[in-house]
Design a protein around this ligand. Sequence first.
Ligand code: ADP
Ligand code: ASP
Ligand code: MG
Length: 421
Amino acid sequence: MRKVIVQKFGGTSVADTEKIKNVAKTVIREKNNGNDVVVVVSAMGHTTDHLVKMAHDINPNPSSREMDMLLSTGECVSIALLTMAIQAQGHKAVSFNASQIGILTENVHSKARIVDIKTEKLKKNLDEGNIIVVAGFQGVTEDGEITTLGRGGSDTSAVALAAALNAERCDIYTDVEGVYTTDPRVVPNASRLDIVSYEEMLELAHAGANVLHPRSVETAKQYSVPLRVRSSFKLDNMGTLIVGVEQMEINKPVTGVAADSSQVRIVVCEVPDTPGEAATLFTCLAKENVSVDMIIQSYARKESKTNDIAFTVTKEDLPKTLEVLEVVKKKLNAGDIKIDEDISKVSIIGAGMIDRPGIASTMFQTLADAGINIKMISTSEIKISCLINKEDDTKAVKALHDVFQLGCDEVAEVKGTLPDV
Ligand code: ADP
Ligand code: ASP
Ligand code: MG
């Protein structure tokens, strides 16, 4: 029986027609190995950022339904062009958007979760010898509404397709040579990891290492999809393999460092110190689909019987959060609401920190030595995050990368450019 390989190419890999022709060669090479190939592509270059900018030039607060209508078009351009490139090189290929296949998602705009993928059409077309090219990042609801999976979501489209088709593996081709100990744009001598566990990768992705969309890692772990991140420009490099933690030998306490400046901190002051107040606050936010990351409730003031609740949400969710808080504030009889937008979360991640004391204190001391103030702290079994001022995040990442000895002697090659919008 033939094996199914899913390949995903990000924006930089399909940024212009020459690059698309090269991607076609990579795809055909896999097909010529005797495999069935399903390819997922992102929008070309910085297309999605340009579409977002156009929308905001026209309407500062565009509806999320129309944003999904707009943003989903980027991937439709690249699937058609890549399919034409494969056909021009003499191979059978066909492109599909999410609606044509039935990549079903929940009925939520801008960050929908995939709930099911219909495989009949895919299997039929593979059986007919076609290479299949699928639009990443998009889905469709039961009612036929177009949705998107959140920025960077094409990775998740690829892994979900790999799971649905029981693929042999899912290869994520991108503009760096794999997963590094930190963003190689920030620390050029970051080391490439040969292998990393799903658990660590999930924490890294959530902590801001946007080389993989967090939900892609979650899905890969859930369905045990062998996942590889590799360079679309250096095809012979094997990149980074992401596997179950049991397959790993852990010798360092910290595997990687990440920073995320996409969040804002909100403080709801003087919340009455009675049972159910925090539940009311966070239930109202959850009903509006706002995900909250770090949460701190201060020690209750004896005199006023109130405490302050601080939490972080993404900048994207800030307008919705403020709308909710206007209502909740009255319900709770709380005080002022303070917003801090110039923050960044720096995190260290490593399965090796379990049962190894002193890792947190080393992190805090390193930040202190660099003159960096910590505003909030949160931890999981394999992660410690500190909220700091945004202006300090590069300094913090470099210092932490150094202190945990994660660097190497080589300089990493990064192909893509940052968006100019
Ligand atoms: P694509 O368009 O291929 O999906 P992305 O821009 O989404 O590419 O992801 C690749 C980028 O992720 C890299 O160029 C790099 O700057 C960034 N990145 C952040 N953290 C890491 C990390 N730990 N390892 C590798 N790349 C990282
Ligand atoms: N094109 C979308 C984005 O830029 C999805 C992706 O590239 O994964 O976020
Ligand atoms: Mg990406």
